[in-house]
Design a protein around this ligand. Structure first.
Ligand code: E4P
Length: 213
């Protein structure tokens, strides 16, 4: 299973890389805004730092605008993946970009049927937002399970990025279901490593070692 980091923050990406936990990066306009720097500088820094796929999102709402933006965004590096919202113009842009050999990540996906459409349009990746579904009382991971079933039924090779990850349980379920990728905020990556029995076990080993002759 691949781990992407869901951030536009260079320090977080570097720390994640030090742990070997960054197979790619996903950004979005809100994450870019949080950095308070020129977005072009942020995008350029990320693409230079990371070898794996880096998702950069378009802000246009017509297929033509999205395609034009994508053509500019891919200039940041050979690893750029264009993040396209799950709309009808978005699907049109995905199809056009696939014909141009430009990889896309269809974002803001909240149902298995949306994911089926994204795959049929030629998306390289699809991003179901599990946390936002949980937030409104639905079960985000049920949507991921539905997408896995549909993609398996038809041998669709679009990769599933479990997104809007809020806690380690989302990552565990994604791994057990066989999702290709989870894109994880840094604070959740940190939590994945922790277990209280590890901490107390280590304390006991170190205390006992002090008595070893
Ligand atoms: C995914 O690509 C998105 O950037 C992200 O996971 C959205 O997460 P949020 O619901 O925490 O904003």
């Amino acid at each position: 299973m691949k781990f992407f980091i869901d951030t536009a923050n260079i320090d977080e990406i570097k720390k994640g890389m030090d742990f070997g936990m960054v197979d790619g990066v996903t950004t979005n306009p809100s994450l870019m805004a949080r950095e308070g720097r020129n977005w072009r500088d942020v995008a350029s820094d990320i693409c230079q730092l990371v070898q794996g796929p880096v998702s950069l999102e378009v802000i246009g709402t017509t297929a033509e605008d999205m395609v034009n933006e994508a053509v500019e965004l891919v200039k940041f590096g050979p690893n750029v993946v264009i993040k396209i919202p799950m709309t009808m113009p978005g699907l049109e842009a995905v199809k056009t970009l696939a014909n141009m050999q430009i990889e896309t990540n269809v974002t803001l996906v909240f149902s298995p049927l949306q994911a089926l459409l994204a795959a049929k349009a030629g998306a390289a990746y699809v991003s179901p937002f599990v946390g936002r579904l949980d937030d409104i009382g639905q079960n985000g991971m049920d949507v991921v399970a539905g997408i896995i079933d549909i993609y398996d039924n038809y041998a669709l090779d679009t990769e599933i990025i479990v997104a809007s990850v809020r806690h380690p349980g989302h990552v565990l379920e994604s791994a057990m279901m066989g999702a290709d990728i989870a894109t994880i905020p840094f604070k959740v990556i940190e939590k994945l490593s922790r277990h209280p029995l590890t901490d107390t076990g280590l304390e006991a080993f170190l205390a006992d070692w002090k008595t070893v002759k």
